[in-house]
Every structure is written in structure tokens, then in C-alpha cells.
Ligand binder design. Structure first.
Ligand SMILES: Cc1ncc(COP(=O)(O)O)c(C=O)c1O
Length: 437
């Protein structure tokens, strides 16, 4: 029997989920029925945007915490002609894409294993829960918000006994509490949401991992990096991580549809030494493991049909990412994030992630002034061709908005996305009568 109940489908929860999916116009508001028009007033778009996005129809700039704006070349690589998923050309592309993931995750350990499986980020939770944990085993989930709650729910569905160590909204569990929790029970795994997209809270991985290795060395360290891979530093080998799962549509900058993960030799051993078979068919890492190994060795292999077009897009996105030092990429994201956070502070606004050391670099969750509603500001931003997301953390959902700043919007300053978004926010707030006190 699962230790936790399956996620509830109450109207409140569904409403939160809908807001995440259609964040530009929160539901249950007069704006729910309005849409951003399919054709927008291109005279409002700055010249740079029209130039840089020349192959894409003019559109409002998507600055939610994923999906993000896509580079032209990444999008174009999806219009690849149809090819067999077991033909040499595609097998080579898939194999190279897997090898590039090793570089992105900074692992040279041959025991590490990358996976690319059709699906979204959520599938990464299922991979972990169905393969690395057996029913009845204890998992410690570090609770930072909506997404760590989701990970906990998923683990429970597969029968894990979940203990969620929850932090106050806008914060993360501290090392001392984690050490105490680890010393009270034997945990098969600990999970951490590197950036909880509901709060913009960044968790520390390096110190967490050394703590776990010191006090509970057999515990697997599993990271939800959906909102952090490719915009926050992650050193898979050096930090001795056992699993990092992510998705294609955030900082990697590829359309949604791929679950991307890296697992350590220890994690693969845990998979191989299971007493019970993996509790999923499509999400069985035992089924996918030989497929991934074969593709990387340029051998055709089949378990379920991959999406060649998405894999081409990912290949292009990773080629672009790896064409420059990763350090530089992370530094550019930090620089943009610092600028945004300063602009927010200059406006007299506070972030959900209160402590600067806990603030993500690929997104910012911003508390609104009491006098301005989400249902006022999001349409005002939309009028200015900028799309932010609404709140999603159930305790504060209507009180804040989320600004995603990842990938090309940060790395290609000629687009002007970040400056335009900051200006739109300033103008939108003043349109609704807000003045800094
Ligand atoms: C931190 C985090 N984990 C998991 C997910 C789930 O990913 P997906 O929506 O691609 O299934 C998300 C989605 O935003 C996320 O931000």
C-alpha cells in the first residue's frame, strides 16, 4: 500500500495546475475567456525582436519559467524529414545527443548513464519512483513547494514511504534539520528540487551531498533539475550525485516533450539489484538502459519509438550550449538574474525566496504590491507583449507572479527581452497606480 495518498484532484488543486499551464491569464477571472490575440500589433515589437526572431511569426515574448523562447536553429531542426528511428543517421544523432548530455551534466565517469525518453519533466519522477525505490522503502523529500510536493506524491504512488521535510514558503530545509532527519531513519534516497519553480527557491547541492555522504552514505541523492539544468551549475561527478532529472523545455531551450536524466553507477546498481521488477512498463529503466547504451554505441535498438524531430532539436540545443564554456553560461544567467532582482528591489518589491543565497538564477518569483492583483498585472504585461506566469504555490498563489529568465532571452542581449520585460513590469505597475513607497 502506498504510504502517501495519490494527489488530490480538488478544484483548488486543479485551479493551481491550470494557472501553471495557462499562466498568462489566471483562471476564474474575467480574463479567463480572453486570449492573447493570434496576431499581435507588430508595431509594438522592438526592431531587434523582429530581426532576431525573423523565422518565427511575431509573438509576445514568453518569459514564464518554461517553456522558454526558442532559438531559430533549434526550431528549424525539428523540420527534419522523416527518417527511421533505427537508421544509421538518426542512431548517430541520438548517440551524439546522449554523449553531449555527459558534458552538460559534467560527468566523465563511464558508469554514469544518460537517458532521453519521450515525455515531460514529470516522467523523471516516475523513472526514479518506479525504478530506484522499492515499495516500502523510505525516501526523504526536501519540501520547497509545489514541485517537491509533486515529487513526493509520485513516489507515494509507487509505494515509497515518504517523509517530507517541509520548509516555510520561500525557504528551504536547512542542513542541520536534514542531518537530524537522516540520523533518525535509514533512507534509500533523498530528493531535492534544485530550483522549485513555484517559489524560485534554489537549493544547495554540493553541501547537501557532502552531508548525505557523511551521515548516510548509502542514501541515493536524487535531484529534480527541471528548472535548473543548463542555467545553474551542476557538477554530477564532483558533487557525487546519483540522479538528476530534467526536461527539454526549460533552460536547455528545446521544445517540450523529452524527459532527460543522468544516473550514477550507484543508481544503476540499485536498479539492477531490485528484488521486485520496476513498477512501470514504459518508464522501466531496465527496458531503456540497453537502448540508451546501444544508441550511444551507434547501434540501432528499439523499445518504444523515440521522436526523431525532438531529438534533432535537442542535438542542436546541446551543440549550441556546449559551444561555449558552461561556466560562462552560468555566469551570464547569474548576471541577468542579479539585474532583474535589483530592478525588483528598486521597485520596492520583495521576492518569494527571501534569502539572496536561496534565489534561483533562471527565474524570479515576485510578490505583488497589495494594491495590484495578478489579474491586473498579467494582462498589462500581455498588452506589452511580455508573458509572465501566475503564482502556483497553494499558500500564496494569488499574491505573486513568476518571471522566467533562461536561455536565449538571457544569452542573446540583442533580443532585448530582459530589458523590455523589466520596463513592461514598471509600466504595468504604474498603470495600476503603484508607486514605490
Ligand atoms: C521543478 C519542476 N519539476 C518538475 C516539473 C514537471 O515538469 P513537466 O511539466 O515538464 O512535466 C516542473 C515543471 O514546471 C518543474 O518546474
Amino acid at each position: 500500500m502506498p504510504h502517501r495518498e495519490v494527489p488530490d484532484a480538488s478544484p483548488a488543486r486543479l485551479s493551481l495546475i491550470s494557472r501553471h499551464l495557462a499562466p498568462d491569464y489566471p483562471i476564474n477571472t474575467p480574463y479567463a475567456v480572453e486570449r492573447i490575440p493570434d496576431t499581435i500589433d507588430t508595431s509594438l515589437l522592438p526592431k531587434t525582436q523582429t530581426r532576431k526572431m525573423s523565422t518565427q511569426p511575431p509573438h509576445a515574448t514568453l518569459l514564464i519559467p518554461g517553456p522558454i523562447e526558442f532559438d531559430d536553429a533549434v526550431l528549424q531542426s525539428m523540420s527534419h524529414y522523416s527518417e527511421s528511428h533505427v537508421a544509421p543517421g538518426f542512431v548517430a544523432t541520438f548517440g551524439e545527443t546522449l554523449s553531449m548530455l555527459r558534458k552538460l551534466f559534467q560527468t566523465t565517469d563511464t558508469a554514469s548513464q544518460p537517458f532521453i525518453v519521450s515525455g515531460s519533466g514529470t516522467l523523471g519522477w516516475d523513472l526514479v519512483a518506479a525504478n530506484l525505490i522499492e515499495p516500502g522503502e523510505n525516501v526523504l523529500v526536501l519540501g520547497t513547494g509545489y514541485f517537491s510536493d509533486g515529487f513526493a506524491d509520485c513516489l507515494g504512488v509507487y509505494g515509497a514511504k515518504v517523509t517530507e521535510l517541509k520548509a516555510a514558503v520561500g525557504s528551504r530545509p536547512q542542513l542541520g534539520e536534514i542531518e537530524k532527519a537522516l540520523s533518525e531513519k535509514r533512507y534509500k534516497a533523498i530528493t531535492v528540487t534544485h530550483v522549485d519553480t513555484s517559489t524560485g527557491v534554489l537549493s544547495e547541492l554540493e553541501n547537501l551531498s557532502s552531508l548525505v555522504h557523511r551521515v548516510s552514505p548509502d542514501t541515493l541523492i536524487l535531484v529534480d533539475g527541471v528548472c535548473s539544468v543548463a542555467c545553474e551549475e551542476i557538477q554530477f561527478d564532483a558533487w557525487k550525485l546519483d540522479g538528476v532529472l530534467t526536461a527539454s523545455q526549460k533552460a536547455i531551450g528545446c521544445p517540450a516533450g523529452l524527459s532527460i536524466s543522468m544516473f550514477s553507477g550507484r543508481a544503476i546498481k540499485a536498479l539492477e539489484s531490485r528484488k521486485t521488477p520496476p513498477a512501470s512498463y514504459f518508464a522501466s529503466m531496465k527496458k531503456w538502459l540497453p537502448i540508451m547504451q546501444n544508441y550511444e554505441n551507434k547501434k540501432p535498438s528499439y523499445f518504444a519509438t523515440p521522436s526523431p524531430q525532438l531529438v534533432h532539436a535537442l542535438h542542436t540545443a546541446l551543440t549550441q550550449i556546449l559551444s561555449k564554456p558552461l561556466k560562462e553560461r552560468f555566469a551570464r544567467h547569474k548576471e541577468a538574474s542579479d539585474k532583474i532582482k535589483k530592478a525588483i528591489a528598486d521597485l520596492g518589491l520583495k521576492q518569494v525566496a527571501a534569502n539572496p543565497a536561496d534565489q534561483a538564477h533562471g527565474m524570479t518569483a515576485i510578490y505583488l504590491p497589495e494594491t495590484v492583483k495578478q489579474t491586473d498585472i498579467l494582462p498589462s504585461l500581455g498588452k506589452r507583449n511580455v508573458i509572465f506566469a501566475g503564482g502556483i504555490h497553494k499558500e500564496i498563489a494569488t499574491k505573486y507572479i513568476r518571471f522566467g529568465h533562461m536561455g536565449v532571452s538571457v544569452l542573446d542581449p540583442a533580443r532585448g527581452d530582459i530589458d523590455r520585460a523589466i520596463k513592461a513590469l514598471q509600466e504595468g505597475l504604474s498603470e495600476h497606480g503603484y508607486q514605490k513607497a
